[in-house]
Design a protein around this ligand. Structure first.
Ligand SMILES: C[S@@+](CC[C@H](N)C(=O)[O-])C[C@H]1O[C@@H](n2cnc3c(N)ncnc32)[C@H](O)[C@@H]1O
Length: 606
């Protein structure tokens, strides 16, 4: 662009800066009053076009006329009664008002107006239709962006197009950046690496070390799943933050959801700077809708810049460094963790059958891993029988219960908290065990076949030669085959729901398959209080525990047996409600042999 064309906006900006400097010289309170009046005036002008272009000039002209009338009543000769002077006065006031309105709506944006005027001038020629259309469309797009960002949102179909926008956000945002994002680390890395690039170049441009921060508000389970399925993206994301000195913390999504509601943030992710906040919300089609809020502006869409800042401060205050978040499972909520003891009833579990069964299954083994420790009932039982037990519990609420239960029994657990798939890599000192137990219908909590095999292989690889895995499942085939009658009346058609079963013998808290999805082979397991004992289906809902259902993979008949073989276990014995079933070494006993048993247990050897 030739220098003289750039000069006009530069001069205008300079003039504007002069006005602002002059305004700064006024006393504070006066400045606030002028600013408030000015903002109210701009607000009025921003309303409908007919108000701005017609109603305001006419009203101001009428007002001027009333004032003149008042002056004349005071005996001051203002216009006299000459129709010509009166009309000339009215027209002058009207034109002056219109000019003032025009000037008002553009006074803060001289550089932009200079450009618009230039475009208008350069496209006026009758033959320049093409240029006129092109620039009209471009200006209309800009208008839609500005209106969207400051209104109900601007929707972008391909989020990667936003990279230059975010470069600008980082450039103009001022101060430090704080982001609140609902994506998991792996997902973030895969989808928004371009955003991290924009962030990185802003950090470079800003030079001075900044304490930018990013908080993830993802369900803990998602962190665990990502660590399982997209480990390298997860790690790259984490490393990016270390490399760029950006704090990365995490807050549980349930906790964040409460704050989101309190501050009117909805489901949006937040990018906050000193000069503005950007909220962006994705939808299932992959589009992103952006909105902006600026300090000191009125509430819009249930929030303001100040409320967004407070939201971000609360999220930051309640978050913890990502590296300190055990990549555990958020399997149970606090209420269920505390009540698990009433579901399991440790005394009855170790005396009625399970204790004897374990003694036989583990005979010859001394070093045992209780892979799904839960509240530590089986570990405590085995420790009291002289086994060397390592207890693994990855859910921190259950882990706390296990420690509490063990100390109530005068025992100290040797605890670890690892995902099964990580056991081979992360067990301290490359430990190996003579036996592993994984009881209480636990493997079905792993959500896909590939991962279930991976877990079984992990178990296999940390057993010594000839070691034993004791693992169980509920009789899911029975549930799948009787889904309709069980769902219709679980109390009548699924006796374990109130009577207890061989593994979970507690009476005060019970669980039942509330929903059995045969197509996806998933069971939603729901817990309810059973004290006093429930009598009919109708009471189930009222006694339901507050937390979400456990989602269980419903193994088909023989599926777990086959997976064990696939994972390298050569010899697999099968038990129905802890009683041995006769079968060929290479095949699962018949469905009829399993019958109505609640649990199927496998004692598998390498
Ligand atoms: C239904 S509870 C059973 C707990 C205990 N064995 C009992 O009988 O009460 C399921 C257990 O599986 C564990 N679990 C599920 N998925 C896991 C995974 N991928 N890695 C490690 N533990 C897992 C949970 O932490 C929990 O201890």
């Amino acid at each position: 662009m030739p220098p003289n064309e750039e000069a006009a906006p530069a001069l205008l900006i300079e003039r504007n800066a002069r006005i602002q400097k002059w305004a700064k010289a006024l006393p504070g309170p006066l400045r606030s009053v002028i600013r408030a009046i000015w903002h109210a005036w701009l607000h009025l002008l921003a309303s409908r076009a007919w108000v701005r272009d017609f109603a305001i000039p006419v009203a101001l002209t009428a007002l001027a006329r009333v004032l003149v009338g008042l002056l004349e009543q005071q005996g001051l000769e203002a216009l006299g009664s000459n129709a010509f002077t009166e009309s000339a006065f009215d027209i002058s006031v009207l034109l002056a008002t219109m000019a003032f309105v025009r000037w008002s709506i553009t006074w803060g944006v001289p550089a932009m107006m200079a450009n618009v005027r230039d475009i208008a001038a350069a496209t006026q020629e009758p033959k320049r239709e093409f240029l006129r259309e092109l620039s009209t469309e471009e200006v209309a797009t800009t208008r839609a962006i500005v209106r969207g960002l400051t209104g109900t949102g601007y929707r972008v179909e391909h989020p990667t197009e936003l990279r230059p926008w975010f470069e600008k956000f980082f450039d103009k945002g001022g101060g430090e950046y704080i982001g609140v994002d609902s994506h998991g680390p792996g997902d973030y890395m895969a989808q928004f690496e371009w955003f991290l690039d924009a962030h990185a170049s802003s950090l470079k441009d800003r030079g001075i070390p900044k304490r930018d921060r990013r908080v993830l508000t993802t369900p803990k389970q998602e962190l665990a799943l990502e660590l399982r399925h997209r480990k390298s993206d997860y790690q790259s994301f984490y490393r990016w933050h270390l490399d760029h000195f950006v704090d990365i913390t995490w807050m549980d999504s349930h906790k964040a959801a409460k704050l989101r509601r309190r501050y009117g943030i909805g489901d949006a992710d937040v990018a906050l700077w000193e000069n503005f906040a950007v909220l962006f919300e994705g939808d299932e089609t992959g589009c992103l809708t952006l909105q902006m809020w600026f300090p000191g502006e009125a509430e819009r869409g249930g929030t303001t810049y100040e409320r967004i800042s407070q939201f971000v401060a609360d999220i930051l205050g309640g978050s913890m460094p990502l590296e300190e978040v055990a990549p555990g499972l958020d399997l149970v909520d606090r209420e269920l963790a505390e009540e698990w003891i009433n579901y399991l009833d440790p005394k009855r579990r170790s005396s009625d059958g399970v204790g004897t069964f374990l003694s036989e299954a583990l005979s010859g083994s001394r070093f045992v891993l209780d892979a799904a420790g839960g509240i530590g009932a089986d570990s405590v039982h085995l420790l009291s029988r002289g086994y060397h037990v390592t207890t693994n519990e990855v859910d921190e609420l259950l882990r706390a219960q296990a420690e509490q239960y063990a100390s109530s029994q005068g025992v100290r657990l040797n605890m670890i908290g690892l995902l099964w798939e990580d056991l081979p890599d992360q067990l301290p000192g490359n430990m190996k065990f003579e036996a592993i137990i994984c009881l209480g219908n636990s493997l079905c909590l792993v959500d896909d076949t590939r991962s279930r095999v991976q877990c079984l292989r992990a178990f296999q690889s940390i057993l010594v030669d000839g070691g034993t895995l004791v693992i169980d499942e509920r009789n899911f085939q029975l549930m799948l085959d009787n889904a309709h009658s069980i769902e219709a009346d679980p109390i009548a058609n699924f006796p374990a729901s109130t009577m207890g079963d061989v593994m979970y013998q507690g009476k005060k808290l019970r669980g039942y398959p509330a929903h059995i999805d045969r197509a996806t082979r998933t069971v939603s397991w729901r817990f309810f209080r059973n004290s006093p004992p429930i009598e009919n289906r109708g009471e189930l809902e009222a006694r339901r525990l507050g937390g979400p259902d456990l989602l269980l993979h419903a193994f088909s008949h023989g599926e777990l047996f086959d997976l064990l073989k696939q994972a390298g276990f050569g010899n697999v014995d099968v038990y129905a409600d802890l009683l041995p079933l006769a079968h060929d070494a290479d095949s699962m006993p018949d469905l009829t042999a399993v019958g109505q048993a609640d649990f199927i247990t496998y004692v598998a050897r390498i």
